[in-house]
Write a protein that binds this ligand. Structure first.
Ligand SMILES: *Cc1c(COP(=O)(O)O)cnc(C)c1O
Length: 411
């Protein structure tokens, strides 16, 4: 329980991969007086955030905003383009992909789950959630679907449970190579505004995102970005939907309004976040995350602990998963770090619970908050009796010192 009357001194270190720390500027924007969402001023705010979001998604097509967590926008994506009993192909890269597939099943869709079936000595259970989406597997499966029963291919861009960022353009090429009409649906809830994402260029039909990760807002609003084809398909789709329906959202969104009461104060916060991202420039935002990720990985490698992502080409700029040695309960280490040092780390989710923990390095952080995070981890690992090969803090310091911010490339 959060005991507000017994708050520890100093700032809490919220280094989970979402919700990410909320900048003071955004907290202040949230505290402005709520206005009439049907009144004359509101349309300006609504238009501004919708246009600003288009720039972040890199799309010229409509974006909709729901007063819901990311899970709501997942459901919106599925129910707007499918009909009862349709087949969807889901790629299981980790816990979030598995949850989305479970949701599709609950909605009555025929879910088919593709997963890389490998295992290794670190995590023997296959699929072991250490890889990204295999575009080859998607292509093979779609080629075999000659009747075009599969209506959508659903993938997670940045798998927040593992720290693997998949190659979305490769999935689009796979769908095209199979000459298959399935829509491409992408969960970029934790990718957007931290990792490079290009809705139109990559040919994504429906993207899903949320407020509390790269956009640095508190939780509470989520988004769908659409393609003209997704809108066309939605017009013939028969899955029951009302709250999630795109039609009225898109229609009223043209003037910056919503069919029901939006989260007005979170839209103030979004407006502030979009200003901050635009001022820095998205390329600089992505480079900043890549640089932090490289520093944190240098630290984890110095400890001699394996990184959850087994494919260096797909290391996430948003978070790093750290596998603890067999017999060490990663969650007990994480709890100890929280109670001793007031630092929150991400728990292992689903079947990797207890085997790994996650370090978030996104949003409103800086070199020193990340070094403090590494220090909290290093002390917690030592207190838990985990043998470390060397100092991760020293390695991360060396990395940050040798790579000045602003000069880093995304390599
Ligand atoms: C956070 C997250 C979700 C879940 O979003 P909620 O806001 O908790 O509903 C889904 N997918 C990914 C990849 C996420 O990072």
């Amino acid at each position: 329980m959060l005991q507000l009357d017994a708050h520890p001194s100093g700032r809490h270190f919220l280094q989970i991969p979402g919700p990410s720390p909320v900048p003071d500027r955004i907290l202040r924007a949230l505290s402005l007086p709520t206005i009439d969402h049907r009144g004359p001023e509101f349309g300006g705010l609504g238009r501004k955030v919708l246009v600003g979001l288009q720039a972040v998604f890199k799309t010229r097509h409509p974006v909709v905003i729901y007063p819901a967590s990311g899970t709501g926008a997942w459901e919106a994506a599925l129910v707007n383009v499918t009909s009862p009993g349709d087949a969807v192909l889901m790629v299981e890269t980790g816990h979030f992909a598995a949850l989305w597939a479970k949701m599709a099943g609950k909605l009555g869709l025929q879910t088919e789950v593709l997963a890389w079936q490998g295992a290794d000595d670190q995590l023997p259970a296959a699929p072991n959630w250490r890889r990204g989406v295999s575009a080859d597997l998607v292509e093979q499966r779609l080629k075999a679907d000659s009747e075009h029963r599969i209506k959508a291919v659903c993938v997670v861009h940045n798998e927040t449970s593992t720290g693997v960022t998949s190659d979305i353009a490769a999935v689009r090429r796979a769908i095209d190579a199979a000459r298959h009409p399935a829509l491409l649906m992408v969960d970029t809830i934790s990718g957007l505004a931290s990792a490079d994402y290009r809705h139109d260029e990559w040919g994504v039909d429906v993207a899903i995102s949320g407020s509390q990760k790269g956009l640095m807002l508190p939780p509470g609003i989520s988004f769908n970005a659409l393609s003209p084809r997704a809108i066309e398909v939605s017009q013939g789709a028969r899955m029951p939907r009302s709250f999630w329906g795109w039609d009225e959202m898109v229609e009223m969104g043209r003037d910056g309004y919503f069919p029901y009461t939006p989260s007005t104060n979170l839209l103030y916060a979004l407006s502030e976040s979009l200003d901050m991202l635009a001022a820095e420039g998205l390329d600089a935002v992505f480079a900043r995350h890549q640089r932090w990720a490289a520093g944190v990985r240098a630290g984890v490698q110095a400890w001699g602990l394996p990184i959850q992502c087994a494919d260096p080409a797909l290391y996430s700029p948003v978070l790093t998963g750290v596998i603890t040695p067999p017999g060490v309960d990663a969650d007990a280490v994480r709890r100890l770090i929280h109670s001793r040092f007031d630092l929150s780390l991400g728990t292992g989710l689903g079947k990797v619970r207890g085997r790994m923990f996650r370090i978030g390095h996104l949003g409103d952080s800086n070199d020193l908050t990340l070094l403090a995070t590494m220090a909290g981890c290093e002390m917690g690992l030592q207190l838990s009796g985990v043998p470390l090969a060397g100092s991760g803090v020293q390695a991360a310091m060396a990395h940050f010192a040798a790579h000045p911010a602003g000069l880093a490339t995304s390599a």
